[in-house]
Ligand binder design. Structure first.
Ligand code: ZN
Length: 299
Protein backbone atom coordinates (compact mmCIF):
# COMPACT_ATOMS: atom_id res chain seq x y z
CA UNK A 1 0.00 0.00 0.00
CA UNK A 2 1.18 3.53 -0.75
CA UNK A 3 2.63 5.65 2.04
CA UNK A 4 -0.22 7.57 3.63
CA UNK A 5 -1.70 9.12 6.75
CA UNK A 6 -5.31 8.70 7.88
CA UNK A 7 -7.06 10.50 10.73
CA UNK A 8 -10.10 9.45 12.73
CA UNK A 9 -12.01 10.31 15.87
CA UNK A 10 -14.13 8.22 18.23
CA UNK A 11 -16.12 8.55 21.45
CA UNK A 12 -17.79 11.78 20.28
CA UNK A 13 -14.46 13.48 19.66
CA UNK A 14 -12.94 12.26 22.93
CA UNK A 15 -10.45 10.05 21.07
CA UNK A 16 -8.15 11.28 18.34
CA UNK A 17 -6.54 8.60 16.17
CA UNK A 18 -3.88 8.85 13.47
CA UNK A 19 -2.32 6.06 11.47
CA UNK A 20 0.60 6.31 9.07
CA UNK A 21 2.21 3.94 6.58
CA UNK A 22 5.86 4.80 5.87
CA UNK A 23 7.12 1.67 4.11
CA UNK A 24 8.40 3.34 0.94
CA UNK A 25 9.84 6.44 2.54
CA UNK A 26 11.71 4.32 5.09
CA UNK A 27 13.10 2.21 2.23
CA UNK A 28 14.15 5.43 0.49
CA UNK A 29 15.93 6.59 3.65
CA UNK A 30 17.63 3.19 3.95
CA UNK A 31 18.99 3.43 0.42
CA UNK A 32 19.98 7.11 0.62
CA UNK A 33 21.93 6.67 3.86
CA UNK A 34 23.10 3.04 3.43
CA UNK A 35 21.44 2.22 6.73
CA UNK A 36 22.06 -1.04 8.58
CA UNK A 37 18.99 -3.07 9.60
CA UNK A 38 18.89 -1.67 13.12
CA UNK A 39 19.52 1.90 11.90
CA UNK A 40 16.70 1.48 9.35
CA UNK A 41 14.34 0.46 12.17
CA UNK A 42 15.47 3.32 14.41
CA UNK A 43 15.13 6.00 11.73
CA UNK A 44 11.88 4.56 10.33
CA UNK A 45 10.26 4.51 13.78
CA UNK A 46 11.37 8.10 14.41
CA UNK A 47 10.12 9.32 11.00
CA UNK A 48 6.73 7.67 11.63
CA UNK A 49 6.62 9.33 15.07
CA UNK A 50 7.41 12.73 13.54
CA UNK A 51 4.57 12.43 11.01
CA UNK A 52 2.16 11.30 13.75
CA UNK A 53 3.13 14.19 16.06
CA UNK A 54 2.92 16.90 13.39
CA UNK A 55 -0.48 15.63 12.20
CA UNK A 56 -2.30 17.38 15.07
CA UNK A 57 -0.90 20.83 14.28
CA UNK A 58 -3.01 23.43 12.51
CA UNK A 59 -0.96 25.87 10.43
CA UNK A 60 0.11 24.55 7.02
CA UNK A 61 3.81 25.42 7.60
CA UNK A 62 3.97 23.48 10.87
CA UNK A 63 6.91 21.13 11.43
CA UNK A 64 8.09 18.82 14.18
CA UNK A 65 11.73 17.98 14.78
CA UNK A 66 12.61 14.95 16.87
CA UNK A 67 16.17 14.62 18.09
CA UNK A 68 17.21 11.50 19.96
CA UNK A 69 20.53 11.54 21.83
CA UNK A 70 21.25 8.22 23.48
CA UNK A 71 24.44 6.63 24.81
CA UNK A 72 24.41 3.77 22.29
CA UNK A 73 26.79 3.08 19.38
CA UNK A 74 24.49 4.51 16.68
CA UNK A 75 24.79 8.04 18.08
CA UNK A 76 21.98 10.52 17.54
CA UNK A 77 18.92 10.56 15.30
CA UNK A 78 17.40 13.69 13.79
CA UNK A 79 14.04 13.76 12.02
CA UNK A 80 12.18 16.72 10.50
CA UNK A 81 8.50 16.12 9.63
CA UNK A 82 5.99 18.55 8.14
CA UNK A 83 2.22 18.84 8.23
CA UNK A 84 2.50 18.83 4.42
CA UNK A 85 3.41 15.12 4.63
CA UNK A 86 7.13 15.49 3.97
CA UNK A 87 9.73 13.94 6.24
CA UNK A 88 13.52 13.62 6.24
CA UNK A 89 16.10 12.40 8.70
CA UNK A 90 19.40 10.74 9.44
CA UNK A 91 21.35 8.88 12.10
CA UNK A 92 24.95 9.65 13.13
CA UNK A 93 26.39 6.16 12.55
CA UNK A 94 24.30 4.43 9.85
CA UNK A 95 26.41 1.26 9.62
CA UNK A 96 26.05 0.10 13.26
CA UNK A 97 24.61 -3.43 13.42
CA UNK A 98 23.80 -5.36 16.62
CA UNK A 99 22.67 -8.92 17.35
CA UNK A 100 18.90 -9.32 17.89
CA UNK A 101 17.56 -8.52 21.37
CA UNK A 102 16.25 -11.29 23.69
CA UNK A 103 12.82 -11.05 21.97
CA UNK A 104 14.48 -11.83 18.63
CA UNK A 105 13.81 -8.30 17.35
CA UNK A 106 16.14 -5.67 15.96
CA UNK A 107 17.87 -4.14 18.98
CA UNK A 108 16.89 -0.50 18.43
CA UNK A 109 17.16 0.29 22.15
CA UNK A 110 20.69 -1.11 22.23
CA UNK A 111 21.75 0.89 19.15
CA UNK A 112 20.18 4.15 20.38
CA UNK A 113 21.19 3.53 24.01
CA UNK A 114 18.94 3.11 27.02
CA UNK A 115 20.01 6.40 28.57
CA UNK A 116 19.83 9.85 27.07
CA UNK A 117 17.31 12.41 25.93
CA UNK A 118 14.51 12.92 23.45
CA UNK A 119 13.99 16.47 22.24
CA UNK A 120 10.81 17.51 20.43
CA UNK A 121 10.58 20.89 18.74
CA UNK A 122 7.23 22.11 17.43
CA UNK A 123 7.50 24.97 14.95
CA UNK A 124 4.32 26.60 13.64
CA UNK A 125 6.21 28.71 11.10
CA UNK A 126 6.43 31.99 13.05
CA UNK A 127 7.69 33.13 16.45
CA UNK A 128 9.77 30.95 18.71
CA UNK A 129 9.46 27.18 18.25
CA UNK A 130 8.19 25.30 21.27
CA UNK A 131 10.70 22.73 22.49
CA UNK A 132 10.59 20.11 25.19
CA UNK A 133 12.95 17.44 26.48
CA UNK A 134 12.37 14.14 28.26
CA UNK A 135 14.72 11.39 29.35
CA UNK A 136 14.71 8.24 27.27
CA UNK A 137 12.67 5.36 28.68
CA UNK A 138 14.19 2.53 26.64
CA UNK A 139 15.63 3.97 23.43
CA UNK A 140 13.06 1.92 21.48
CA UNK A 141 11.57 5.23 20.20
CA UNK A 142 7.86 4.34 20.48
CA UNK A 143 7.94 4.19 24.29
CA UNK A 144 10.09 7.30 24.41
CA UNK A 145 7.73 9.38 22.26
CA UNK A 146 4.69 8.09 24.20
CA UNK A 147 6.46 9.12 27.43
CA UNK A 148 7.05 12.57 25.95
CA UNK A 149 3.34 12.92 25.09
CA UNK A 150 2.26 11.81 28.56
CA UNK A 151 4.66 14.08 30.48
CA UNK A 152 5.27 17.15 28.30
CA UNK A 153 1.89 17.41 26.62
CA UNK A 154 -0.13 15.71 29.37
CA UNK A 155 -2.28 13.80 26.92
CA UNK A 156 -2.88 10.12 27.70
CA UNK A 157 -1.58 8.50 24.53
CA UNK A 158 -0.93 5.09 23.08
CA UNK A 159 1.72 5.15 20.38
CA UNK A 160 3.02 2.24 18.41
CA UNK A 161 5.63 2.40 15.64
CA UNK A 162 7.37 -0.42 13.80
CA UNK A 163 9.60 -1.27 10.87
CA UNK A 164 10.12 -4.64 9.21
CA UNK A 165 13.33 -4.84 7.19
CA UNK A 166 15.12 -7.82 5.65
CA UNK A 167 17.33 -8.66 2.65
CA UNK A 168 14.43 -7.49 0.47
CA UNK A 169 14.54 -4.03 2.08
CA UNK A 170 11.75 -2.43 4.07
CA UNK A 171 8.50 -4.33 3.51
CA UNK A 172 6.39 -2.81 6.29
CA UNK A 173 6.73 0.40 8.29
CA UNK A 174 4.37 2.76 10.03
CA UNK A 175 2.59 3.56 13.23
CA UNK A 176 -0.48 4.45 15.15
CA UNK A 177 -1.22 7.21 17.66
CA UNK A 178 -4.34 7.21 19.82
CA UNK A 179 -4.94 10.11 22.17
CA UNK A 180 -7.65 10.69 24.74
CA UNK A 181 -8.42 14.39 24.56
CA UNK A 182 -8.96 16.57 27.68
CA UNK A 183 -12.75 16.40 27.47
CA UNK A 184 -12.62 12.61 27.82
CA UNK A 185 -9.38 12.18 29.79
CA UNK A 186 -11.25 11.80 33.09
CA UNK A 187 -13.08 8.81 31.65
CA UNK A 188 -10.59 6.30 33.04
CA UNK A 189 -12.52 3.35 31.68
CA UNK A 190 -12.12 4.72 28.16
CA UNK A 191 -8.37 5.26 28.65
CA UNK A 192 -7.95 1.73 29.99
CA UNK A 193 -10.01 0.23 27.18
CA UNK A 194 -7.80 1.90 24.58
CA UNK A 195 -4.57 0.96 26.33
CA UNK A 196 -5.53 -2.70 26.66
CA UNK A 197 -6.67 -2.94 23.03
CA UNK A 198 -3.46 -1.38 21.73
CA UNK A 199 -1.38 -3.63 23.97
CA UNK A 200 -3.23 -6.65 22.53
CA UNK A 201 -2.13 -5.75 18.98
CA UNK A 202 1.48 -6.87 19.59
CA UNK A 203 3.03 -4.48 17.11
CA UNK A 204 2.07 -2.50 14.03
CA UNK A 205 3.95 -4.19 11.19
CA UNK A 206 2.18 -7.58 11.59
CA UNK A 207 -1.09 -5.76 10.82
CA UNK A 208 0.33 -4.35 7.57
CA UNK A 209 1.81 -7.72 6.69
CA UNK A 210 -1.62 -9.29 7.21
CA UNK A 211 -2.92 -6.91 4.54
CA UNK A 212 -4.88 -4.59 6.84
CA UNK A 213 -5.53 -1.03 5.69
CA UNK A 214 -5.46 1.90 8.13
CA UNK A 215 -9.28 2.21 8.15
CA UNK A 216 -9.55 -1.53 8.89
CA UNK A 217 -7.10 -1.20 11.78
CA UNK A 218 -9.17 1.69 13.20
CA UNK A 219 -12.34 -0.36 12.71
CA UNK A 220 -10.85 -3.30 14.64
CA UNK A 221 -9.72 -1.05 17.48
CA UNK A 222 -12.61 1.39 17.83
CA UNK A 223 -15.46 0.21 15.65
CA UNK A 224 -17.72 -0.06 18.71
CA UNK A 225 -16.77 3.40 20.07
CA UNK A 226 -18.51 5.65 17.55
CA UNK A 227 -15.64 5.64 15.08
CA UNK A 228 -15.56 8.44 12.49
CA UNK A 229 -12.81 8.09 9.84
CA UNK A 230 -11.89 11.29 7.99
CA UNK A 231 -12.43 10.87 4.26
CA UNK A 232 -9.13 12.51 3.22
CA UNK A 233 -6.09 10.25 2.90
CA UNK A 234 -2.88 12.30 3.03
CA UNK A 235 0.12 11.11 1.03
CA UNK A 236 3.45 11.16 2.91
CA UNK A 237 6.93 11.00 1.40
CA UNK A 238 10.65 11.42 2.02
CA UNK A 239 11.58 14.90 0.85
CA UNK A 240 14.46 17.25 1.57
CA UNK A 241 14.30 20.93 0.70
CA UNK A 242 18.03 21.27 0.14
CA UNK A 243 19.30 22.75 -3.14
CA UNK A 244 22.46 24.00 -4.82
CA UNK A 245 21.42 27.59 -4.02
CA UNK A 246 21.06 26.82 -0.31
CA UNK A 247 24.46 25.15 -0.25
CA UNK A 248 25.97 28.21 -1.93
CA UNK A 249 24.27 30.41 0.66
CA UNK A 250 25.89 28.35 3.43
CA UNK A 251 29.32 28.55 1.77
CA UNK A 252 29.01 32.32 1.39
CA UNK A 253 28.69 32.73 5.16
CA UNK A 254 32.23 31.30 5.52
CA UNK A 255 33.62 34.59 4.11
CA UNK A 256 36.20 35.56 1.53
CA UNK A 257 39.36 34.18 3.15
CA UNK A 258 37.89 30.72 3.60
CA UNK A 259 36.50 30.72 0.04
CA UNK A 260 39.90 31.78 -1.41
CA UNK A 261 41.48 28.95 0.53
CA UNK A 262 39.04 26.42 -0.99
CA UNK A 263 39.70 27.73 -4.50
CA UNK A 264 43.48 27.42 -4.07
CA UNK A 265 43.61 24.09 -2.24
CA UNK A 266 40.65 22.18 -3.63
CA UNK A 267 39.72 24.05 -6.83
CA UNK A 268 36.17 24.15 -5.48
CA UNK A 269 34.09 22.71 -2.67
CA UNK A 270 31.96 19.66 -2.01
CA UNK A 271 29.06 19.69 0.44
CA UNK A 272 26.87 16.78 1.53
CA UNK A 273 23.38 17.32 2.96
CA UNK A 274 23.09 15.37 6.24
CA UNK A 275 19.36 14.88 5.82
CA UNK A 276 19.26 13.29 2.36
CA UNK A 277 22.91 12.53 1.56
CA UNK A 278 22.80 14.58 -1.66
CA UNK A 279 26.25 15.78 -2.71
CA UNK A 280 26.70 19.28 -4.15
CA UNK A 281 29.81 20.37 -6.06
CA UNK A 282 30.77 24.02 -6.24
CA UNK A 283 33.44 24.80 -8.84
CA UNK A 284 36.20 27.38 -8.41
CA UNK A 285 34.14 29.67 -10.66
CA UNK A 286 31.08 29.25 -8.40
CA UNK A 287 33.19 30.24 -5.39
CA UNK A 288 34.67 33.24 -7.27
CA UNK A 289 31.10 34.36 -7.98
CA UNK A 290 30.35 34.22 -4.25
CA UNK A 291 33.38 36.39 -3.49
CA UNK A 292 32.18 38.90 -6.10
CA UNK A 293 28.77 38.94 -4.41
CA UNK A 294 30.41 39.54 -1.02
CA UNK A 295 32.32 42.53 -2.49
CA UNK A 296 29.13 43.93 -4.00
CA UNK A 297 27.30 43.62 -0.67
CA UNK A 298 30.09 45.54 1.11
CA UNK A 299 30.06 48.34 -1.47
ZN1 ZN B 1 19.03 17.38 1.58
Amino acid sequence: MADQLVRATAAEGGIRAVGVITTRLTEEARQRHNLSYVATAALGRTMSSGLLLVSSMKRAESRVNIRVKGNGPMGGILVDAGLDGTVRGYVDNPSVELPPNPQGKLDVGGAVGHEGYLYVIRDVGYGYPYSSTVELVSGEIGEDVAHYLATSEQTPSALMVGVFVSEAGVTASGGLLLQVLPKAARDLALVETLESRVAALKGFTPLLQAGKTLPQIFEDLMGDLGLDIMPETQMVRFHCGCSFDRVMGALKILGEDELRDMIEKDKGAEATCHFCNSVYQASADDLEALITELHQEKA
